[in-house]
Design a protein. Structure first.
Length: 173
């Protein structure tokens, strides 16, 4: 590196490692940073789920589009990252009905505490979305989604990967 000016030098590297030799980042041929393991996941429903009337129910996002760290559990429907930080979280659901009803809720729980929610008066196949940024400690914290509907009867969620899904990615420490 040239000592004259920090702007007059170019440092050419492909890999960044810590002092112990563990690779933290690589730079691809297009110049984009890539972490050793990406901190993200996306899950969705592979089959319809029946949600009882006026009963808060865990949403069974039972399949994955991607999950390089295996932090999402398709049997418990929990996202439990092992890397602490702030995560951008999105959840979405769509009931398979054109019936209008007043209460259609989507809840995001951090552990057992409600962290964020979205509510809608359901109108003809509405899709309900929730977006938030949540801090997770990287050890015991997890996220899980639940829903509540008050249509007067049980309803099913549509299992389209573009409508009923749950995803997150790490933003910062």
């Amino acid at each position: 590196i040239n000592g004259d000016s920090p702007m007059s030098s170019i440092l050419k590297v492909d890999t960044i490692q810590n002092t112990g030799g563990t690779t933290g980042l690589t730079i691809d041929s297009s110049g984009f940073l890539k972490g050793a393991k990406e901190s993200l996941f996306r899950a969705y429903q592979s089959s319809s789920q029946t949600i009882p009337n006026y009963t808060t129910t865990t949403i069974a996002y039972d399949a994955e589009s991607f999950d390089p760290n295996s932090w999402y559990d398709t049997s418990t429907y929990k996202f439990t990252p092992t890397l602490a930080g702030y995560y951008s979280v999105t959840a979405s659901l769509r009931y398979n009905t054109d019936t209008d009803f007043d209460i259609c809720d989507l809840y995001l729980y951090k552990n057992t505490t409600l962290a964020s929610s979205a509510s809608d008066a359901h109108r003809r196949y509405d899709t309900l979305n929730l977006n938030d940024i949540i801090y997770l400690n990287g050890s015991s914290d997890y996220l899980i989604c639940k829903t509540l509907q008050a249509s007067g009867s049980s309803l099913t969620l549509r299992n389209y990967t573009s409508e009923t899904f749950f995803c997150a990615h790490r933003l910062a420490t």
